[in-house]
Design a protein around this ligand. Structure first.
Ligand code: SAM
Ligand code: SF4
Length: 332
């Protein structure tokens, strides 16, 4: 195997997030603009090229690959890429293929994904109230998503619910969502909204620190901090009354970059070394023009340039520090 990927701060990169598309069938108001302009399809890496990129990372020590987007399940024939990765899984070259989805199409794909070796899926869901869900997603149908979740559980997938905490839209409902998820044996993780891309909405009006959500939860339950970590940014608590686990991802209020083990690739082959920075390396050119050596060199260059940490900050209107890139472009 070639040298494993280690950045200039000594962090080993073992986790790749691969975006299959920037497109989506929802328009969550903290993620996308209402009238989002998507990348021309011709600019996208083919599924075969995405497989070549994944192979190069696996060769350099990546053990976990998460497919994301945009909405990964809307990419036509995406299962062919999952099949490709499944061969690596079966050969013991990677530990896990994971996926993040809004679950609108999960009723169709839960079983095939399980059959290809996917065990755990993150489902993003920000409300159990059909009207609030419809407002947050700008038109989404909650029933469809709940059907997808049921199909996932029936197929034997381990689901985790990811919820972005939103000051005016779900903060008070989060305890009910936690109870609902834990009753179905699903873990849940709460996420602070990050200033990524212009969505036409005021970030300051969306943002609520997770410390405030924790206060709301503690009015109902005793939260017990655990030392547990999955190698990611979440800090976990156990809730005795529900028997479930709850994660907190607080990029704005608790920086977690020291342990970062991941990089992200957009559907056009741009390798972003940090969610919160513009620094990137173009892998599409490397694959199409230079071949495998060029791809390898590009990965080395990326390691040298991986930033130490993000510098997200949400202050009052018009005074926020983040990226112009939407999360749906980088791959959440
Ligand atoms: N469409 C899929 C989904 O929603 O799960 C995958 C892509 S989505 C960009 C991945 C995750 O990013 C979702 O959990 C979503 O809630 C989160 N996300 C999007 N924009 C965000 C933002 N500005 N701040 C925090 N989380 C965000
Ligand atoms: Fe689509 Fe996911 Fe972004 Fe919502 S969060 S608009 S589901 S990509």
């Amino acid at each position: 195997m070639n040298q494993i990927l280690t950045d200039s701060f000594g962090r080993n990169i073992e986790y790749l997030r691969l975006s299959l598309t920037d497109r989506c069938d929802l328009r969550c108001f903290y993620c996308m603009a209402e009238h989002m302009i998507f990348l021309p399809k011709k600019d996208l890496l083919s599924l075969e090229e995405l497989g070549i990129v994944a192979d190069a990372f696996i060769e350099r020590g990546v053990r976990k690959i998460r497919l994301t987007g945009g909405e990964p399940l809307v990419r036509k024939d995406f299962l062919t890429l999952v099949k490709h990765l499944s061969n690596h899984l079966n050969a013991g070259r990677i530990d896990e293929i994971a996926l993040t989805t809004n679950a609108t199409q999960l009723h169709k794909f839960a079983k095939p994904l399980k059959d290809l070796g996917v065990k755990r899926i993150n489902v993003s869901l920000d409300s159990l109230d059909p009207l609030a869900f419809n407002r947050i997603t700008r038109g989404g149908n909650l029933t469809r998503v709940l059907e997808g979740i049921d199909a996932g559980l029936q197929a034997g997938l381990k689901l985790k619910i990811n919820t972005v905490a939103l000051k005016n839209d779900n903060a008070d409902d989060i305890p009910n969502m936690v109870a609902w998820a834990h009753k179905r044996a699903m873990d849940m993780t709460l996420i602070e909204v990050m200033p990524m891309g212009d969505t036409g909405e005021d970030r300051f009006e969306q943002f609520i620190p997770l410390s405030e959500i924790r206060d709301i939860l503690e009015r109902r339950w005793a939260l017990k901090d655990t030392a547990e970590t999955t190698g990611g940014p979440a800090r976990y608590v156990q809730i005795a009354e529900t028997g479930g686990r709850l994660g907190f991802i607080s990029p704005l209020t608790k920086n977690f970059c020291a342990g970062c083990n991941r990089v992200r690739i957009t559907c056009t082959g741009k390798l972003y070394m940090c969610l919160g920075h513009g620094a990137h390396v173009d892998l599409r050119n490397a694959i199409r023009v230079g071949g495998s050596d060029a791809l390898d060199n590009a990965l080395d260059e990326a390691m040298i340039n991986k930033p130490e940490k993000h510098d997200f900050e949400i202050r009052k209107t018009g005074n926020t520090s983040g990226t112009t890139r939407h999360m749906s472009v980088t791959g959440g």
